[in-house]
Design a protein around this ligand. Structure first.
Ligand code: FAD
Length: 426
C-alpha cells in the first residue's frame, strides 16, 4: 500500500472533480484526486450555464444570467441560489483559461448563449463552446452556403440527417459523404483525430472534400479535427479549402471527452495534483481531529491517502455517486443522507416524458452555503468536507441545461470556502 498525504482529496474525475482539483491546486493546496469515467468523457464539450427555465414550460433562454435571476427566486434550494453571478463567471474564466493554456481554447462571449448545430440537426443553446465549433453559430445565423461532410463508416453523424432537419430553414446547407483518406471499415473519431496530426493526411482530406465544395463559405465536419492540436488542424483545413471549417459534436463517445481528459491529464500534474487515474475511493475513515483517511484503488486497495479535507464530486447515478436501492437512493462514499422523493406517489408519473422531469432527477446531498453536505440531523456532516457538481440536490442539470456550468461553479465555491477554512488553521 502506498501512503499519500495531502490537504485535499478530490473524490471524482468528472467536470466537478477536475475543476475542484484545478482550483485547489491553483490556491497552493496539495491535492490528490481519484475517479474513473464521468460525464466529461461523454459530453459535447459545450459549457452549459443555464439553457432552460422553468423546465415544465421548456422555456429556452438566450440570456442565461437573467434566467438565473428567475431561477434563484423560484427554486431557492437550487445550487445556483448559493452562488453570485460574479462567482460563476469567475469560475468559468479560470476553468477556460486553464483549457486554453492546454491547447483547448473556448469561444463565446459568456454574456449570452450561443446557438449551435447538433448532430441530430437540432439547435442547442449553450454559454461557451470549443473554439473549433464556434463558426457554426455564425454559419447557422447567417444561413450562409455550408457543406457538411460525413464519412463512410462513422456512425452517428449523417449529412443527410443534417440537411433534412437543419436544411428546412437553411437551404444553403448541403452535405457530402466521403471516404476518410487512409482509413476503412468502422471509423472512430479518436483514430481520425490522431490521423489528422499528419499534415499530409489533412491535405488528402481537403482533396477528397474539394469536389463537393461548390460555393460553400463554411465546411462542417464531425468533431474529429485533432486532439490537443485541434486549432492547428482546423486552421490548416480552412486554408486548404478556402472556407471556414468548424466542428459539430458527435454522439458519445465523442472526441471532446478525449480532448478534455488529455488537457487535464497533462495540466493537473504540472500543478502538483497527484492523479490516481481510474481508481476509486473504496473506504473512508473520518478523524475526530478533522481529517480523513481514504483507501483508494482499482480492483484492490492500492493507496492510503491521509487528507486534511475532501471534496465529494462523485456525480449522481451515471457517475456512481448515488445508487438506487430497494428502499431508496444512497450516497455511495460516506452514506450521507440523500434528498429524494419521499414515497411511491412521487416515484411514478403518468407521462414518461414529463417535461417537469422526475423528482429523482433532483436528488443529491443537501448542503449549506459553504457547500458542506448535511448529515442526518440536518447539521454539517463534517467540517472539512465539501460537495460539488451533480451530487448536490436541488437541480436537474439535464433538463435545465446547466451541467458543466454548475459543476465548475460549485467546485469553485467549494474550494474557496475550504481554502479559507484551511488557511484559518482548521
Ligand atoms: C452524455 C452526456 C452528455 C453531456 N453533455 C453536456 C453538455 O453538452 N453540456 C454540459 O454543460 N454538460 C453536459 N453533460 C454534463 C456534464 O458532463 C457532467 O456530467 C455534469 O456536469 C456533472 O459532473 P460531475 O463531475 O458532478 O459528475 P460526473 O461527470 O458524473 O462525474 C463523477 C465522477 O465521480 C467519480 N466517482 C464516483 N464514485 C467514486 C468513488 N467512490 N471514488 C472516486 N471517484 C468516484 C466517477 O468515476 C466520475 O469520475 C453531459 C453529461 C453526459 C453524461
Amino acid at each position: 500500500m502506498i501512503d499519500i498525504s495531502c490537504d485535499v482529496m478530490v473524490i471524482g474525475a468528472g467536470h466537478a472533480g477536475m475543476a475542484a482539483a484545478l482550483f485547489a491546486a491553483q490556491k497552493g493546496l496539495s491535492v490528490a484526486q481519484a475517479g474513473t469515467t464521468g460525464g466529461i468523457d461523454f459530453g459535447s464539450g459545450f459549457i452549459d450555464v443555464l439553457g432552460v427555465h422553468p423546465t415544465a414550460k421548456l422555456l429556452e433562454h438566450d440570456d442565461p444570467w437573467s434566467a438565473m435571476d428567475s431561477l434563484r427566486r423560484e427554486i431557492p434550494d437550487h445550487p445556483y441560489a448559493r452562488l453570485k453571478t460574479d462567482e460563476i463567471k469567475e469560475s468559468l474564466r479560470e476553468f477556460i483559461a486553464f483549457l486554453d493554456a492546454q491547447g483547448l481554447p473556448y469561444g463565446g462571449d459568456g454574456k449570452s448563449n450561443l446557438r449551435l448545430p447538433t448532430p441530430a440537426g437540432t439547435v442547442k443553446r449553450t454559454c461557451r463552446a470549443p473554439q473549433t465549433m464556434i463558426p457554426g453559430a455564425d454559419a447557422l445565423a447567417s444561413k450562409a452556403p455550408c457543406l457538411a461532410v460525413a464519412f463512410d463508416g462513422l456512425k452517428g453523424f449523417s449529412g443527410h440527417q443534417l440537411t433534412e432537419t437543419l436544411g428546412r430553414h437553411w437551404p444553403a446547407l448541403k452535405s457530402a459523404t466521403i471516404r476518410f483518406p487512409g482509413l476503412d471499415g468502422e471509423l472512430f473519431p479518436e483514430h481520425m483525430a490522431l490521423a489528422l496530426s499528419d499534415a499530409k493526411r489533412r491535405e488528402a482530406l481537403a482533396e477528397a472534400v474539394r469536389p463537393h465544395l461548390g460555393d460553400a463559405q463554411y465546411v462542417a465536419f464531425p468533431a474529429m479535427l485533432g486532439i490537443l492540436d485541434c486549432t492547428k488542424v482546423t486552421t490548416h483545413l480552412s486554408q486548404l479549402l478556402g472556407a471556414t471549417v468548424f466542428e459539430i459534436p458527435t454522439l458519445p463517445p465523442p472526441i471532446m471527452g478525449t480532448r478534455l481528459r488529455a488537457a487535464f491529464d497533462r495540466g493537473l500534474p504540472v500543478l502538483g495534483v497527484r492523479t490516481l487515474s481510474q481508481k476509486t475511493v473504496r473506504g473512508t475513515q473520518k478523524h475526530p481531529s478533522g481529517g480523513f483517511t481514504f483507501t483508494v484503488g482499482g480492483a484492490r486497495d492500492e493507496y492510503r491517502v491521509s487528507a486534511r479535507s475532501a471534496i465529494l464530486a462523485t456525480g449522481r447515478f451515471f457517475g456512481k455517486g448515488l445508487r438506487q436501492e430497494m428502499h431508496g437512493i444512497r450516497e455511495t462514499v460516506f452514506d450521507i443522507p440523500v434528498a429524494q422523493p419521499s414515497g411511491p406517489d412521487e416515484w411514478y408519473s403518468q407521462e414518461f416524458f414529463d417535461p417537469k422531469g422526475h423528482p429523482a432527477d433532483r436528488s443529491g446531498v443537501r448542503f449549506d452555503s459553504s457547500f458542506r453536505p448535511l448529515g442526518p440531523d440536518g447539521q454539517v456532516y463534517h467540517q472539512n468536507l465539501r460537495a460539488a457538481g451533480a451530487i448536490l440536490c436541488g437541480h436537474d442539470w439535464i433538463r435545465e441545461k446547466c451541467g458543466t456550468g454548475l459543476a465548475v461553479a460549485t467546485a469553485w465555491k467549494a474550494v474557496q470556502s475550504l481554502t479559507e477554512q484551511l488557511e484559518g488553521g482548521n
